[in-house]
Ligand binder design. Structure first.
Ligand code: PBG
Length: 309
């Protein structure tokens, strides 16, 4: 393979970091790659909340068009931002080794404590899962909607719109803001969004098979792949876009794949969270099994209500 692999990415700082990360992984395997930045609809309408832009895959459509044209060979995304079902022509060929999956609090202040109900606290977030989780476990905490990239959000916080931000560790770490983290939240309470912390590499099924193999060899982390397969199979049954407070986290305990996940009502009143375990080669079945159990335990009702609202 003499020509360079063309990596397509959005132009945000986080997206670029992820594209450079994939470029580095390829380089380590002796594969040269170049980065091609593509504007997406999701980036152009920053002032509107994602759930209101409507269509699924606002961040992925333009990249997929270029994959089909062959103008790029692969598209790099936060795994979390990828729809659970891709169009027929596309597939995820690799998941990079996962970062710590936790949500974290980020603040410029000291003494931020979500556990003390006597202490007024306003958190900035734009995720329905995080808002609903706060309402469930920490009802005294106020939230405000803060959108935009991390730099913009931090600026809003420093202007006094909120005391702290509630974000994914992965993004904070990649953007170099670890020093502002005041707390890593408990995974059992703030169970992350499906895929949080991993980078997904998407390709057209028509991609050259030798190149495809090289990219997988260089970038795919099998343990992460199994974990995300289980989580994404769960998400697929729930058809959960990013506007639905669905959560799931698969982990390995020895050789066993454990999948914990559920759903919360938007008001935080009802939260269903369950756990299943099985073998790695049954990862997708495990996701489907969890979905069936969550539905039976009241999750279906919660989901139907949210879809109607
Ligand atoms: N929701 C947007 C988004 N998509 C990916 C990340 C961070 C990287 C990751 O979670 O893998 C974030 C920011 C956040 O949720 O705080």
């Amino acid at each position: 393979m003499s020509r360079k692999v063309k990596i397509g990415t959005r132009g945000s700082k986080l997206a670029l970091w992820q594209a450079y990360h994939v470029q580095d992984l390829l380089k380590l395997s002796g594969v040269d790659a170049e980065i091609i930045v593509i504007d997406t609809k999701g980036d152009q309408v920053l002032d509107v909340s994602i759930s209101k832009i409507g269509s699924k895959g606002v961040f992925t459509q333009e990249l997929e068009d270029q994959l089909l044209d062959g103008r790029i060979d692969i598209a790099v995304h936060s795994a979390k931002d990828m729809q659970s079902t891709l169009a027929e022509e596309f597939e995820i060929i690799a998941f990079t080794s996962r970062e710590k999956e936790n949500d974290v609090l980020l603040s410029a202040k000291t003494g931020i404590d979500i556990h003390d109900p006597e202490k007024p606290l306003t958190l900035g977030t734009s995720s329905t899962r995080r808002v609903a989780t706060l309402k469930h476990f920490y009802p005294h905490v106020k939230t405000i909607d803060v959108r935009g990239n991390l730099q913009t959000r931090i600026q809003k916080m420093e202007e006094g719109h909120c005391d702290a931000l509630l974000l994914a560790y992965a993004g904070v770490h990649r953007m170099g803001y670890d020093s502002m983290i005041t707390e890593e939240l408990d995974l059992a309470e703030f169970t992350p969004a499906v895929g949080q912390g991993s980078v997904a590499i998407e390709a057209a099924k028509s991609l050259d098979s030798a190149l495809r193999r090289q990219i997988i060899q260089a970038c795919n982390h099998p343990e992460t792949e199994y974990r995300l397969k289980a989580e994404r199979a769960y998400l697929r049954v729930l058809e959960g876009g990013c506007s639905i407070p669905v959560f799931a986290l698969a982990t390995f305990e020895k050789e066993e794949l454990i999948l914990r996940g559920g759903i919360i009502s938007l008001d935080g009143q009802r939260r269903v969270s369950l756990e299943v375990a099985g073998e790695r080669r049954g990862a997708e079945k495990l996701g489907q099994k969890l979905a069936a159990l969550v539905f039976a335990a009241g999750g279906k009702e919660i989901l139907d209500e949210i879809k109607k609202s």
